[in-house]
Design a binder for this molecule. Structure first.
Ligand code: SF4
Ligand code: SF4
Length: 468
């Protein structure tokens, strides 16, 4: 056990075995209040922003849409799919193919926005205050008590809500009670353990009542007895804000806020569940196998906004941070906004900016084309500088065993990567390659700079292609 782990244990913080402690670099954007991005001239809204089947475009070119208009109907023939809505008022353009922040491809609906003067009104001459509409104002105990579980699930489905933590699983399916595997606990994940990213942190600080209201609605829809909100100890303001909101809104006292050690990858559900409950999710299984449903804090806020205020999932908070950004910020932006617009709203790239990453530096994806659109699951953009990337070159494995020591799933990263490099997928399977959660801890500590996680991702992609 490291000194950091011992101290966390003494402080009573929830933790898990292994993992790493990269510099968090949160201070760049953690104190920046959420800003509303002015409506861009154009958005490009992907039809495949979620796990499962893509949505089907339903608006012909030249159709007029408002923010929240349905533009992509879920594929009803598929078990898993989700709706997509317009995030800008304007006219639909012909469908285009786009690359997503995670490198995958999708058809997308471009929308050319109205003139700026028609995006405002007398009450909001500076533009619509989306933060106030979605998450601001007062939230009351009685509000969420009015809704039945089926109404909550229907509103979530109609709003096209999917996991905003990145996985993108349609949330209405997560809220369905399972007769054979009932959930006893809802775990709200507020750890946001990736370095630099602060979108969830700001949402917890600035909209704690919306987060807790969404949690209580989700708990009711699932029918579970209790809820736990897990937050890393490096976010004391968020912890205090959430505790205040729980006291105000949870009249049955079934929700607790659990402080977790600041450690990577605490936000991974396979690490968070053992840390908070001491339960192991079986390899190849799901949290529900141990009676737990996990939601992200931003997903909870979106649930509150959809059920109580009728808003569709058209905007999200995204942090734009890193030493390669001139003015790191947290922006509330329309889904489908080009990453270049988000970066421009933050003063642009620094002179020595070198790599743009969709997500954080540990699990994110390098982006080369900044026209890539913001998706529901993109919580952050990180820009690193040339100096940060000027690390030493890759060398041969020195068999130091560090990658084994830190893998939170107890895998043998070097063996899996070696098997993939030599085309031995069956051997990689024997080492449990598919259990890898892509956390990147192994590559982070490797003194030989071997891109272990990239090899493992490659192997998993090859395995999935062969299975198809
Ligand atoms: S093998 Fe996978 S799960 Fe283990 S440290 Fe590497 S990336 Fe993380
Ligand atoms: S950390 Fe790198 S050098 Fe050390 S055993 Fe793993 S792959 Fe080899």
């Amino acid at each position: 056990m490291s000194i950091a782990d011992c101290l966390a244990w003494l402080r009573g913080e929830a933790s898990f075995a292994r993992g790493v402690h990269p510099p968090t670099r949160k201070s760049l954007a953690a104190d920046q209040p959420i800003e509303i991005l002015p409506p861009p001239a154009m958005v490009t809204v992907p039809l495949q922003q979620h796990a499962g089947a893509a949505a089907r475009a339903i608006c012909p070119p030249r159709s007029r849409v408002e923010v929240g208009s349905l533009i992509g109907q879920e594929d009803e023939s598929a078990a898993v799919s989700a709706r997509v809505h317009a995030s800008l008022a304007g006219r639909v353009q012909p469908l285009v193919g786009v690359t997503l922040p995670n490198g995958r491809h999708s058809l997308a609906v471009p929308i050319a926005g109205d003139e700026v003067h028609s995006r405002t009104n007398a009450a909001e001459p500076q533009g619509i205050d989306w933060f106030a509409r979605l998450y601001g104002g007062s939230w009351h105990v009685e509000d969420q008590q009015r809704y039945f579980p089926r109404d909550i699930r229907a509103a979530v489905q109609q709003a096209g809500i999917v996991g905003l933590g990145g996985a993108g699983f349609p949330t209405h399916l997560k809220l369905l009670p399972q007769a054979t595997r009932p959930a006893h606990t809802l775990l709200l994940n507020g750890c946001e353990c990736e370095p630099y990213l602060t979108a969830d942190q700001r949402l917890m600080v600035e909209a704690p009542a919306a987060v807790v209201t969404g949690l209580l609605l989700a708990q009711k829809a699932i029918g579970c007895e209790r809820a736990v909100i897990a937050v890393e100890e490096n976010k004391p303001e968020a912890i205090a804000a959430l505790r205040g909101a729980v006291e105000q809104l949870d009249d049955q006292g079934r929700t607790t806020v659990r402080v977790c050690q600041t450690k990577y990858p605490m936000g991974g559900e396979r690490q968070l569940i053992p840390a908070v409950f001491g339960l192991e999710v079986p390899t190849g299984g799901y949290p529900l196998d141990v009676g737990i449903v996990v939601l992200n804090v931003a997903t909870a806020a979106a649930i509150a906004s959809a059920v109580l205020r009728g808003h569709k999932l058209t905007h999200r908070v995204v942090s734009i941070s890193g030493e390669g950004i001139r003015e790191p910020k947290n922006l509330l932006a329309p889904i489908g906004t080009a990453l270049s617009e988000l970066i421009a709203a933050c003063g642009g790239l620094a002179d020595d900016a070198c790599r743009v990453i969709a997500g954080g530096p540990m699990m994110g994806f390098a982006v080369t084309d900044l026209s890539v659109p913001l998706t529901k699951g993109t919580g952050g953009i990180t820009v690193l500088t040339r100096r940060q990337l000027a690390a030493s070159e890759q060398t041969a494995c020195i068999r130091c065993g560090r990658c084994l020591d830190v893998c939170p799933l107890g895998l043998a990263p070097t063996r899996i990567a070696h098997a993939v490099r030599h085309g031995q997928l069956e051997l990689a399977d024997q080492y449990d390659m598919m259990a890898c959660c892509d956390c990147g801890c192994c590559a982070y500590v490797c003194p030989a700079q071997i891109p272990l996680v990239q090899y493992i991702r490659q192997g998993k992609a090859q395995r999935l292609r062969r299975t198809d």
